[in-house]
Design a protein around this ligand. Structure first.
Ligand SMILES: NC(=O)c1ccc[n+]([C@@H]2O[C@H](COP(=O)([O-])OP(=O)(O)OC[C@H]3O[C@@H](n4cnc5c(N)ncnc54)[C@H](O)[C@@H]3O)[C@@H](O)[C@H]2O)c1
Length: 133
């Protein structure tokens, strides 16, 4: 199956293609979140990545957090390349100290926190395996 350019950029490149089909890169840049700072957990790929790009499209400053540090960096660089403001943080939301660091680093970089997209979880990459109780 040939995937669209959007699917290629989605990050779920090992799957059957982009299930969300969200054409963020073709959306006109708006200013509805100008000056706001948004943290997106699990922003490296999948829906989280699209949330990051959509928030940036509205001119929010986006903090891309994930346990996949390299991919989070790529999402952040994509925002910067389109003229937005963003940082990437390697943070595991299951560890309280890392979520506190996530907030601290955000405040250090952008001075405020307005939005938290609590997206991080396992979904797309999970493979089914037999297990015993
Ligand atoms: N895709 C769907 O159809 C669908 C449907 C219902 C709900 N959801 C929910 O939407 C969210 C995103 O789904 P997706 O399909 O984009 O998932 P995905 O697996 O593609 O992406 C999840 C991201 O979260 C990150 N992550 C996982 N554990 C983390 C942790 N402890 N700390 C920080 N980052 C972590 C992963 O590294 C990954 O980048 C999930 O919460 C999922 O349960 C998705």
């Amino acid at each position: 199956m040939r995937r669209s350019a959007e699917a290629e950029r989605c990050g779920n490149s090992k799957g059957k293609g982009c299930y969300c089909n969200f054409r963020i890169h073709q959306v006109k840049k708006l200013d509805r979140l100008k000056g706001k700072v948004a943290i997106v957990t699990g922003g490296a790929r999948g829906l989280g990545k699209h949330f990051c790009l959509a928030l940036a499209q509205e001119n929010a400053k986006v903090v891309v957090t994930d346990i996949l540090a390299d991919s989070a960096e790529k999402t952040s660089l994509e925002i910067l390349a389109e003229g937005g403001q963003s940082i990437a943080l390697n943070a595991d939301v299951t560890t309280e100290s890392e979520t506190i660091r996530m907030a601290d680093e955000t405040l250090k970089a952008f001075g405020r926190i307005d939005i938290l997209v609590n997206n991080a979880a396992l979904f797309y990459g999970i493979t089914r395996k037999p297990y015993q109780i």
